[in-house]
Design a protein around this ligand. Structure first.
Ligand SMILES: [Zn+2]
Length: 550
């Protein structure tokens, strides 16, 4: 016991040394924002203390010779799903490479079930279908054949479509007779029989039932941690984690707080509360006030429309396959006051809650802009941060309206989507080429943040360098997607993303800001899209709050 006390004493000392540490980085390409470089940067405790200091005046400082390497402000990913995806990947089947193939889903499922207990619930994520409405009883029978006794729940790559087998439907008490689609949802039926494909908001009941009975907090925590470690290794210092999808909420912020306490959290995590109506705004507002240094509550997240990849963004024009997409909320009280977006946005402002909106179609975007205008007229101004995520079909007029809010209303985009969602003419016909005009957003003065929306972006398209390459090459299709500059990419990942996060203490390395940065073997500037692809800068270290975490 005596020895143990000695040990903890030493650790205590080390901790206090660390927390008063002074570090000066010299001899590198040290960027303190997307434009400005300094000769050296002086870090004290968790903050940037000064630039271009006389190194000899700080004899106790740890001086790090960068030997020509570069420092950039920490990159942020302002829309991703590390918690849910880490959880499902850690316990379930990875279906990421499976496209339009029921037999492949079945074969991966068969392997998983061979190593599982009889009756155990099986989760999976990542499959993709060109047309989810085509999932039939025949497909269901193929899945059932390999999983007669195990409830199975598989989520597609977009998170907007959920598949159950027959045992899964039984497990969730879902029958042909009792199941009713939610507002903003749909489910496939053949001759009145459910085929197991639950789309958009109709996922809610199956997902809630399965997650409620699933448990495995420890596996959820390890899954999230693995992905966070990976994000840190790519130079990210901060994420916004949505902790939920269109039909369900996987609400486990305590995992992040616990990791921080255990000194195992390598990035800042800003978490959201997925909500579906006005009541959810009140619930979300109660979650404020628990912020720590690394773990912060962003605000509410609401789906205004369905997914682009599934053909369901809410648009003003009719899709090739009919309809105007799936709206999740309304612009009036017609289906109930609580689904009225005007009331939802007004309530969020009244309760000082930031909001993050899933908006892909022009009509969904307009619904949010109208609700903001309504709220502004009622309250005099907009004070919170309102983030529109994805914004596939953002019109030039809407860009102007957003820019006019001067940073209170912002967007987060996923340049990788230009690559992975490039073949959707079956839904959008002549409108496909209007999607994701990121350069025009920049040119209109919109605050544009960058994000991955992982796991919608596959794992090989989540590193900042790869995303920069996609942006700068116009996703390999510059006729359709105008190329972005490196400066725009860096600003999108750093200072503009700090506006999306609604935090002013991060985003650049000016004096007084948090010491969140990455050390790379060479600068991003000067590299072509091709060079970024072939030999991207390698992240050597990632620092958050003045502590080296990767
Ligand atoms: Zn998402």
């Amino acid at each position: 016991m005596g020895n143990w006390h000695q040990f903890s004493g030493i650790f205590g000392e080390l901790d206090s040394l660390k927390s008063s540490a002074q570090t000066i980085f010299i001899n590198g390409d040290i960027y303190i924002d997307s434009e400005n470089k300094v000769q050296n940067i002086f870090i004290e405790n968790d903050q940037v203390k000064a630039h271009d200091v006389d190194v000899s005046a700080f004899p106790n400082a740890n001086v790090v010779d960068l030997k020509g390497k570069a420092i950039f402000p920490g990159f942020m990913d302002t829309h991703c799903h590390l918690l849910e995806t880490g959880f499902v990947l850690n316990v379930g089947v990875n279906l990421r490479e499976v496209k339009n193939s029921t037999s492949e889903i079945a074969s991966k499922l068969r392997d998983k079930i061979a190593e599982s207990q009889k009756g155990e619930t099986i989760l999976g994520v990542g499959f993709e279908m060109d047309d989810y409405t085509k999932w039939s009883l025949k497909d269901l029978a193929m899945i059932d054949a390999v999983s007669p006794d195990n409830p199975v729940m598989l989520v597609d790559m977009s998170g907007h479509n959920l598949l159950l087998n027959t045992a899964g439907m039984r497990f969730c008490n879902i029958t042909d007779e009792n199941f009713k689609d939610n507002i903003g949802g749909s489910s496939n039926r053949e001759n009145g029989h459910l085929t197991g494909m639950f789309r958009e908001k109709s996922q809610q009941k199956p997902a809630d039932e399965i997650f409620a009975k699933f448990g495995h907090e420890d596996l959820a925590k390890e899954g999230a941690r693995k992905l966070i470690d990976y994000w840190a290794s790519m130079g990210y210092t901060s994420i916004v984690d949505l902790m939920g999808a269109i039909g369900f909420r996987l609400h486990k912020p305590d995992i992040f707080y616990a990791l921080e306490k255990e000194n195992r959290l390598k990035m800042r995590v800003n978490w959201c509360y997925t909500l579906f109506d006005v009541d959810g705004v009140d619930e979300a507002a109660l979650l404020k006030g628990k912020d720590t240094d690394l773990v912060r509550f962003y605000g509410g997240k609401i789906f205004v429309d369905g997914a682009y990849a599934g053909g369901e963004p809410w648009t003003t024009w009719e899709h090739s396959n009919g309809g105007f997409g799936l709206q999740q909320v309304y612009t009036d009280d017609s289906v109930g006051e609580k689904y009225n977006l005007n009331r939802i946005v007004l309530r969020a402002e009244e309760l000082s809650l930031n909001m993050h909106y899933h908006t892909q179609g022009d009509r969904a975007i307009q619904a949010v802009l109208d609700a903001l205008e309504y709220t502004k007229n009622k309250l005099g101004s907009i004070k919170q941060t309102h983030t529109l995520a994805h914004v596939a079909f953002l019109t030039p007029e809407q860009m102007k309206l957003i820019a006019n809010y001067g940073g209170r209303v912002v967007v987060t985009v996923q340049p990788a989507f230009c690559k992975i969602e490039d073949n959707l003419t079956q839904f959008f016909a002549g409108h496909t080429n209007e999607a994701y005009q990121i350069k025009k957003m920049f040119d209109s003065g919109v605050t544009v943040g960058m994000s991955t929306d992982f796991s919608v972006s596959p794992i090989d398209m989540v590193s900042p360098a790869v995303i920069m390459g996609v942006g700068m090459s116009g996703a390999g299709n510059p006729e359709v997607y105008q190329s972005l500059s490196m400066d725009e990419m860096i600003r999108g990942f750093t200072e503009l993303n700090s506006k999306v996060c609604a935090h002013s203490d991060v985003g650049d390395l000016h004096v007084g800001k948090k010491a969140d940065f990455l050390v790379v073997d060479k600068s991003f500037y000067g590299l072509t899209a091709k060079e970024l692809q072939n030999s991207p800068p390698k992240t050597l270290e990632t620092w958050v709050s003045g502590v080296k975490r990767f």
